[in-house]
Design a protein. Structure first.
Length: 452
């Protein structure tokens, strides 16, 4: 029961804080006991203990309350079970720490102790394949079997929370199973940038280059965050060339295709597309149902079909959020000795998972303009250029689908005099979203950001 409760709490917190904060401060924690109105959380070290006490205690308390637990006291204790396992092989490190609480690199050595390694849970076996990801899945399996010779680089892009990180890490885990002596480096772009800055600061450029250029498989996540960082782009360009010329595999993920990453050097943009670039779509209804059943099965729970369908309809775009809803339901039922059913799911999650924000027309227009990287005045103005008209039409479509505004009201919000323009725009985007993956993914991402 304690494990299910804490997993539900962690699932909720993961949706609230940044990924780096979650991995650094929460990932390696455990619930030790809950007795006499005191809940004790095990943590790996004193740094995490202090951070949870000072900064995140209220978040933990609020999240526990959402899951029906309201202890009078929450304590954090250093516990050996929370300490990440150490590996003899230094290539893949599972321990993640915040750079601010570690000993800084000295002039004699460059510390990489904040690196994030492969997660053993991410495998091909537990990845659910559907129509939106089957091509990416097949390509990743092929790369794992013939690294460096097929689809190099492999560039996978798509919206938030649809399984990109799971899939690219599955390649690394599969490669190491086939090649136990191989070297796989998995790194987020944020970490790559930080290490590069440290290398410059402490004059360890050679160590930095050697680490990344000496691997068999380089997996870099969220490459879109390299935009605007000219020196880092130059370093990554040279790293890319060195690996590619040595027939080493490069796998990259992003939330957008290479052509849409702003301020990305053209030489990198062309290299990102020289292998295979694959668009991962949000999972369809059947895939979401399969994911729910698989996740529930991992907890040794069989959910009634109406509950599975309810959850699949409740969360449609983000798998992490879907898993968080499932964990909350399972923990709630386990604590009360109940069998999950539709009534419990709807009463527990119907309010908690309903989109909590009141979204205004202005917010939708601003978010659409930001997504397409155009000024607000252009989307509201008279310009008829294609790169202005399409975002304007998308904004009209979202105003209609999310706020259910009348067509005259939509026209006024976008500075149009004739409401037939809004009718035409909404119908056009509805039609194109059925076959144009770029339009479909843009709408999904804008909605995701609006309700984040």
């Amino acid at each position: 029961m304690q494990d299910s409760l804490w997993q539900a709490v962690l699932g909720e917190i993961e949706l609230t804080v940044s990924r780096a904060s979650f991995v650094t401060w929460f990932k390696n924690t455990h619930l030790l006991r809950y007795k006499d109105d005191t809940l004790v959380v095990g943590v790996p070290n004193v740094f995490i203990k202090q951070q949870l006490e000072r900064k995140y205690n209220q978040l933990v308390a609020d999240t526990l309350a959402k899951n029906g637990v309201k202890p009078e006291n929450i304590e954090y204790k250093i516990h050996s079970l929370s300490t990440p396992k150490k590996h003899d092989e230094p290539v893949i490190l599972n321990q993640v720490r915040d750079n601010s609480v570690l000993n800084r690199p000295t002039s004699s050595s460059l510390s990489h102790s904040y690196r994030q390694g492969l997660n053993e849970r991410y495998t091909f076996e537990n990845f659910i394949v559907g129509s939106g990801n089957e091509l990416a899945y097949a390509a990743c399996q092929a790369v794992a079997q013939t690294a460096g010779t097929k689809y190099n680089p492999l560039f996978i892009y798509g919206g938030v929370g649809i399984g990109k990180t799971h899939l690219i890490q599955a390649v690394g885990n599969s490669f190491l199973t086939r090649n136990p002596g191989g070297r796989v480096v998995y790194v987020s772009t944020e970490q790559f940038v930080q290490e590069f800055l440290d290398a410059i600061r402490f004059k360890k450029n050679t160590d930095f280059a050697g680490y990344y250029r000496g691997c068999d498989v380089l997996i870099i996540d969220d490459i879109q965050f390299i935009a605007g960082k000219e020196k880092t782009q130059e370093e990554f360009f040279h790293t890319f060339n060195a690996l590619h010329q040595a027939n080493k595999q490069i796998i990259i993920s992003s939330d957008k295709p290479p052509r849409d990453i702003p301020t990305l050097e053209e030489r990198l943009r062309s290299r990102f597309t020289m292998g295979m670039a694959i668009d991962m779509q949000t999972p369809d209804f059947e895939t979401r149902c399969a994911i729910i059943q698989t996740k529930a099965g991992s907890h040794e729970v069989t959910l009634p079909h109406p509950v599975v369908e309810y959850l699949a309809n409740l969360v449609q775009t983000n798998i992490r959020e879907l898993e968080g809803a499932l964990n909350q339901l399972l923990a709630f039922c386990e604590m009360r000795g109940l069998e999950p059913d539709l009534a419990i799911a709807s009463s527990l999650l119907g309010v908690a998972k309903a989109r909590p924000k009141h979204i205004s027309a202005k917010q939708i227009i601003e978010r659409t303009a930001k997504h397409f990287q155009i000024p607000m005045e252009d989307i509201l103005g008279p310009k008829r250029d294609k790169d202005i008209v399409v975002p304007r039409q998308v904004a009209m479509y979202i105003l209609r689908s999310e706020l259910h505004l009348s067509f005259p009201k939509i026209a006024r919000e976008l500075g149009r005099k004739d409401h037939t323009t809004a009718i035409h725009s909404v119908e056009k985007i509805e039609r194109e979203a059925s076959f144009d993956t770029n339009i479909k993914s843009a709408i999904s991402e804008i909605k995701e950001r609006l309700y984040a």
